[in-house]
Every structure is written in structure tokens, then in C-alpha cells.
Design a protein around this ligand. Structure first.
Ligand code: ATP
Ligand code: MG
Length: 186
């Protein structure tokens, strides 16, 4: 039986950006739960369950992606499908769109299933407390009415990572498997 691991490519914020994101998270309402600070990230490509024996192949594939660095400016909060609250960047830089496209273009022929929905970068900060409960309890505390974060967060993205998602009693934890630099655009 192959050992299956839940994997995804992501952008992983350095400590200062992570701290700024944490400060920007609104107070959750009764229907919401905070995403732990350690888990804050931007997903690039979600792979689902992957045979652990294929990880070297995935790493090689990622190493062949020559992406360029870019900056993300986060200033807006969005609620999606009444199930999650995300902090979203003002726009998707071309270098990010190209990075996601380059990964997908290599993943698909190698037989890794990725999403075909339009890519929308985001950092999920609050999730529905009871998944799929269908309840309408607020995810965000009613007193938090602002749809923007108090100060814009600029994140200079210099690398991307492969993460393993480890399910556990207190929720999923992520383990960093590898990272690859993005080339300075200048
Ligand atoms: P949990 O599911 O235990 O609440 P989690 O969502 O943080 O925690 P995972 O479900 O392993 O952990 O997801 C890891 C990352 O991949 C998250 O960014 C999640 O939004 C994203 N993701 C999970 N499932 C999918 C999917 N089917 N399509 C696209 N992205 C997904
Ligand atoms: Mg999940």
C-alpha cells in the first residue's frame, strides 16, 4: 500500500509578514474559528493525496519552474461561500499568475490533479466552525464591520514551497517539505 500524503504548493510568509497578517485578522463570530498563525499561507496548487514515493518527482518538477519574485499587497477582507474569511491581495501580479500556470502545466501531464477554477490568491484567516453545517452564524464578530485591514500588508514573495498537511485532533498542521527561490525580477 502506498503511503499517501496530503500535499500542496504554497507561498509561506516570513515572520514579519505572518505577524502583520495575524494583526489584520478580524475577531471571529460564533460561527467562525481562527486559522492558527502557523497555518497562514497562499495556496498555489492543491495536490490532494499523493503517493509519498512521488515526492522526489514533485520536487524535480518544482525545481524546473523558473518563477520571478513579486510583491503582494493585502488590504481587503472577503467572505467566501459563507464558509471562510480571507485576506486578499489588490490584484494578481503577472509573475504570480505565471508561477501558478507553470506549476499546473507541469503537474497535469505528470498526472497530478489540480483545480481548473480561476486562480484567486488569498490567505484564509477564519473558517466555518462546523464545516458544512449550513448554519448562518456569523464568521466575523458583528462589531467588526470593516472590509479592509487597518494598514495594507506588503509581502515581498521570494520563494515558493511544497507543504504537507498533517491532519490532527487540534486541526491540520502543515510541514514544510522544500522551498525554491523566485528569481529577482530586476
Ligand atoms: P482542515 O481541512 O483540516 O480544516 P486545512 O484546510 O488548512 O485544514 P487542508 O484541507 O489539508 O488543510 O488544505 C491545505 C490547503 O489546501 C488549504 O489552503 C486549503 O484551502 C487548500 N485546499 C484544500 N482542499 C482543496 C481543494 N479541494 N481544492 C483547492 N484547494 C484546496
Ligand atoms: Mg481543508
Amino acid at each position: 500500500m502506498p503511503e499517501l500524503q496530503r500535499l500542496f504548493f504554497a507561498l509561506n510568509p516570513e515572520a514579519k509578514v505572518r505577524a502583520a497578517l495575524v494583526r489584520a485578522i478580524p475577531l471571529p463570530g460564533p460561527g467562525g474559528r481562527l486559522v492558527p498563525a502557523d497555518n497562514l499561507h497562499v495556496t498555489l496548487a492543491f495536490l490532494g493525496s499523493v503517493d509519498a514515493g512521488r515526492i522526489p518527482e514533485l520536487k524535480q518538477l518544482a525545481a524546473n519552474v523558473r518563477g520571478q519574485s513579486f510583491t503582494l499587497r493585502f488590504e481587503r477582507l472577503e467572505v467566501w461561500n459563507r464558509a471562510l474569511v480571507s485576506i486578499v491581495p489588490t490584484h494578481t501580479p503577472d509573475a504570480l499568475a505565471r508561477l501558478v500556470a507553470a506549476l499546473s502545466a507541469r503537474l497535469a501531464p505528470a498526472g497530478f490533479q489540480t483545480e481548473d477554477r480561476m486562480y484567486r490568491p488569498h490567505v484564509t484567516v477564519i473558517r466555518e466552525r462546523q464545516r458544512g453545517s449550513g448554519r448562518r452564524e456569523a464568521l466575523i464578530a458583528p462589531e467588526q464591520t470593516s472590509e479592509s485591514v487597518s494598514a495594507p500588508i506588503d509581502w515581498q514573495v521570494d520563494d515558493f514551497v511544497l507543504m504537507r498537511s498533517q491532519p490532527g485532533p487540534g486541526g491540520s498542521r502543515y510541514v514544510l517539505l522544500s522551498s525554491w527561490p523566485l528569481i529577482d525580477a530586476e
